[in-house]
Ligand binder design. Structure first.
Ligand code: ADP
Ligand code: ASP
Ligand code: MG
Length: 433
């Protein structure tokens, strides 16, 4: 009888070059006896590079699209050259995988951009998982490769597929437990799923953490661990702030709030499926795997220090009716329906008698689509390029510090949490006469 399942996730930063792949293998050596499901993302910044391929193809610039894809292939081949002997069968597997996205480039751009995006961008995770699985096998760590699209069923909203949980569980039960009975690890891709018609979907950028949570839920995992380039969850993003410190423990609720408002160390959808089944989540460092990391578990809150998140690319819409009827009384439910249809993430909202202000993530063309959809009935004043600063467990001095050099456009405080939508004070230069 094998041991309970543990789920590990390795993201792009942990797989950015050949040495990183070797490091991942060394970490996994320590868990040789464990029953692991391993989720991997695309290598390094491959997804960003693939997005450029999609954009070029969509612009009708097939030459650039092919060149960009060729560069991505070359990067993967270069990495493989450092890990495998020439002629290893992994080269043919990786080549065949790239061919699928080359076929998309042979066709004229598809009318549905998001559909085309998913059919091309998925190649990042597919080749990464082929390479890592082959390398682990070569290192004497037996691995069975699984196509996540055979398990994760989504609706057909491309680029942001929503998981169809009961069918996904059935597909998992039919296939994966038997694989887990075999010796070695099961390894699959993050970020991707498929529709009932077998078209590839993606779960939203940075969605591999979420895939790990999906597999943890499906397998009733004993624990899930995401391996990151930071010692654990910190009080703020170390790329933006100095003097951050590691949080040893977080409740599920605290982690959900932090990640929803932009702590990008964990994808926001990750925590809920784990909380529903009380599965502990460890955030650990792949640079220092002996470090304790952060444990996310339970409901009990500790006395937390101020925790700061900054969400960039925010759009603030001030929506008012064209006929000056009261927004809240007559229109609010219709506005919410449009918000849901366009899958806008609402971060803050406030209403007065005749206007409704809402701050959302300004991703892709969602905001413009939304404004167009409501244009007949509503006037919108739009402000883009803003930041949403959220401080949980705030102190006045932390807030004053953060607001230095900022103009506050919308602000809300409740017990334990302060949020501000801000923009930078414009720098006015002048010359003394
Ligand atoms: P992955 O390699 O799994 O894709 P990410 O790069 O998405 O990992 O996430 C790790 C990064 O998240 C860190 O390098 C760090 O800059 C950033 N980050 C943002 N907020 C936090 C936080 N509160 N604690 C730790 N890291 C954070
Ligand atoms: N490769 C995908 C992305 O970069 C998913 C992930 O890394 O989590 O968005
Ligand atoms: Mg990531």
């Amino acid at each position: 009888m094998k041991q309970p399942v543990k789920v590990f996730k390795f993201g792009g930063a942990s797989l950015k070059d050949a040495d990183s792949v070797k490091n991942v293998a060394s970490i996994l050596e320590r868990f040789r006896q464990e029953n692991l499901i391993i989720i991997v993302s695309a290598m390094g910044k491959t997804t960003n590079a693939l997005e450029k391929v999609v954009a070029a193809h969509n612009d009708g610039d097939t030459h650039s699209a092919r060149q960009l894809l060729y560069d991505i292939k070359a990067m993967h081949y270069h990495l493989m050259d450092a890990l495998f002997d020439p002629g290893d069968e992994v080269y043919a597997l990786v080549n065949d995988t790239f061919v699928e996205s080359e076929w998309v480039l042979d066709e004229p751009p598809h009318g549905n951009y998001d559909f085309m995006y998913d059919q091309i961008v998925c190649v990042g995770e597919l080749v990464s998982s082929r390479i890592v699985a082959a390398y682990l096998n070569r290192r004497g760590l037996p691995v069975q490769w699984l196509d996540a699209r055979d398990i994760v069923l989504t609706d057909n909203i491309y680029r942001e597929g929503w998981v169809q949980w009961s069918q996904t569980q059935e597909r998992y039960d039919r296939k994966v437990p038997a694989m887990l009975e075999q010796p070695g690890f099961v390894l699959t891709q993050g970020f991707i799923g498929s529709t009932t018609e077998n078209f590839t979907t993606t779960l939203g950028r940075e969605g591999s953490d979420y895939t790990a949570a999906i597999f943890s839920y499906l397998s009733n995992a004993e624990s899930m661990t995401i391996w990151k380039d930071v010692p654990g969850v910190l009080t703020a993003d170390p790329r933006i702030f100095e003097n951050v410190s590691k949080l040893d423990r977080l409740s599920y609720k605290e982690a959900i709030e932090m990640t929803y408002y932009g702590a990008s160390v964990i994808h926001p959808k990750t925590i809920k499926p784990l909380q529903n089944k009380s599965i502990p989540l460890y955030v650990k460092s792949f640079i220092n795997p002996d470090g304790e990391g952060t444990l996310i578990f339970g409901d009990a809150d500790e006395a937390y220090p101020p925790i700061v998140t900054v969400e960039r690319n925010q759009a603030l819409m001030q929506i008012s009716t064209r006929d000056f009827s009261f927004v809240a009384e007559h229109h609010i439910s219709r506005l919410f329906n449009w918000i849901a249809d366009n899958r806008l993430q609402v971060n803050m909202m406030q209403n007065s008698a005749i206007s409704f202000s809402v701050c959302v993530n300004d991703t892709d063309d969602k905001v413009m689509r939304f404004i167009k959809a409501i244009d007949d009935d509503f006037k919108v004043i739009l402000d883009r390029g803003l930041q949403l600063i959220t401080v949980r467990h705030y102190t006045e001095s932390v807030i004053q510090n953060l607001l230095n050099g900022k103009i506050v456009l919308l602000e809300e405080r409740s017990k334990g949490m302060a949020q501000m939508v801000v923009k930078d004070v414009p720098v006015i230069s002048w010359k003394q006469a």
